[in-house]
Every structure is written in C-alpha cells, then in structure tokens.
Design a protein around this ligand. Structure first.
Ligand code: ADP
Length: 258
C-alpha cells in the first residue's frame, strides 16, 4: 500500500511538472514571437528616416561650398549612418528568417551560380586583404531543396566571415558535394580561429568574440544567427570545427532536391 501511494504521489508530481513545463514552453514561445515582432517593427520604423539621412548626406558630400573640416564631418556621419543601415538590414533579415509564419517554399536551387556569385561578391574584400578564395565544385550540377535567396545569404555570411577573419596570404575554400540525400557545403579558412568557449555562443544573436583579433573587424554579430535560422528553416544543420589561431571550418548540410 505504501508503494502504491508512493508511485501515485510521484505520478501526480510528474504530471504537475509536465503541465508546468508545458506552460513555460508556451509562454517562452509567445515571448519569442513578441520579440521577433518588436524587432521587425522597430527596424522598419528606423529604416525610412535613415534612408533619408543617408540620401541627404550623399548630396552634401559633393557640395563645393563645404570647408575641409565640414567635409570630414559629413563623411564621418555618412560612415556611421551606413553602419546603422547594415545593422537595421540584418535585424530585418533576422526577423524574417525567424518568423514561423513565413516559412520557406522549397524549390530546386542550383548551387553553382549561387556559389560563383557569392565568390564574386567577396572577391573585392578578399583581394584587398590578399586572401585567396578557391571553389571546389563538382562537375555535376548540385541542386538543393530550398529558397535560393536564403541559401545565397547563408553562403555570403559564411564566406565573408572567412575572408574577414583571415590574415593576408591565406586561402579560403568553399566546397560543395553530395552525401546521400544531402548537399554538404564546407567553408574552410586559415584565419584567426575560434576558441572552444566562443564556439558555444557563435550562433547567438549579437554575439561577437572578445578576442582582439576578431574585434579589429567590423560586424553586427548577426551574420551567424541569421545563417543558423536559415539552416533550421531548411531542416539542415550547421556545425563548426576550429582552433584558436589555426582557422575554422563551417559545415552546412541541406536537403538535396529529389
Ligand atoms: P560579425 O558581424 O561579428 O562577423 P557573425 O555572427 O557573423 O557576426 O559572427 C559572430 C562572431 O563569430 C564574430 O564576431 C567572430 O568573433 C566569430 N567568427 C565568425 N566567423 C568566423 C571565422 N570564420 N573565423 C573566426 N571567427 C569567426
């Protein structure tokens, strides 16, 4: 009788804990949704006036009547405003790819033109930093199942990070291959690397390493959070292996098109 009472007591306790956890999950999900909506609304409200500011600054920038000192100020305000624009654009993108009400509509995505576009886009900053970018694309066309624009954004974030956090005279490589029903995209660099501690927080919004080598580069800390959400929406995975001072490798797995 004691045992039955004991088991019953435990069962009730378990049921209560379960109900409590269930409620907690529901509350957290609602809060997350609210956070996403708040970020989207605030970013939209900031975007329009900022576009006006940048437009007027560009007009002022070429004005002949400006003294050299005023000209410097206008340029400095312009740089700051454009940085704000990048943060706002990333926030808008983050809220879009984090919105469960806007799921992707998967379609076949040919990876070769996207990978080549992404390489061309990062080519300028790569050559400025004397970083070589190599592509390893198999002859047969790789086709993923997903959203082309989002896969483009995902690869742009990975490749631009690889270039940004690499010293001169190193190589960044982006390779694509197929593994059964999945496409595996690998972005490898010989850059500054990421400590084991930082790796745990890498995909968290606004996370930036405290490592001075990383801090020397501009960034919003949103690129990898966006990448992770894009991968999640594609039912894929993203992992990193890295050692401080010895480069990093990001591996993304996406479903292949049927
Ligand atoms: P950020 O805009 O700061 O680059 P990300 O979300 O793209 O934001 O990356 C978060 C942080 O992860 C970076 O600030 C940097 O510390 C680290 N990181 C990302 N990619 C790399 C890389 N390829 N090599 C070294 N560190 C990296």
């Amino acid at each position: 009788a004691l045992d039955i009472g004991h088991d019953l007591g435990r069962a009730i306790l378990n049921a209560r804990t379960f109900a409590h956890e269930h409620r907690l999950v529901a509350e957290l999900t609602a809060l997350d949704l609210y956070k996403g909506q708040l970020i989207a609304t605030v970013s939209h409200e900031l975007k329009n006036p900022l576009t006006a500011i940048v437009g007027h600054l560009e007009m002022l920038d070429g004005a002949p009547e400006l003294s050299p000192a005023s000209h410097n100020s206008v340029s400095a305000i312009g740089r700051a405003a454009r940085r704000l624009q990048r943060v706002i654009d990333d926030l808008l993108l983050l809220s879009k790819v984090g919105d469960p009400d806007q799921p992707i509509v998967p379609a076949p995505v040919h990876l070769q033109p996207i990978v080549e576009d992404v390489r061309d886009l990062t080519a300028i900053s790569a050559s400025r930093g004397r970083v070589r970018v190599e592509l390893d694309l198999p002859l047969e066309a790789m086709v993923a199942d997903g959203d082309a624009e989002e896969i483009d954004c995902l690869l742009t974030n990975l490749l631009s990070n690889a270039v940004k956090y690499s010293p001169a005279d190193t190589t960044v490589s982006l390779s694509v291959h197929r593994d059964g029903a999945e496409i595996v995209l690998t972005c490898r660099d010989q850059g500054i690397g990421i400590s084991a501690e930082d790796q745990e927080q890498l995909f968290t919004e606004f996370f930036r390493s405290a490592d001075p080598n990383a801090r020397a580069q501009p960034g919003t800390g949103l690129g990898l959070a966006i990448a992770a959400r894009i991968v999640e929406r594609h039912h894929g995975s993203i992992t990193v292996t890295s050692e401080l001072g010895h480069g990093s490798t990001f591996t993304v797995r996406l479903p292949a098109a049927a």
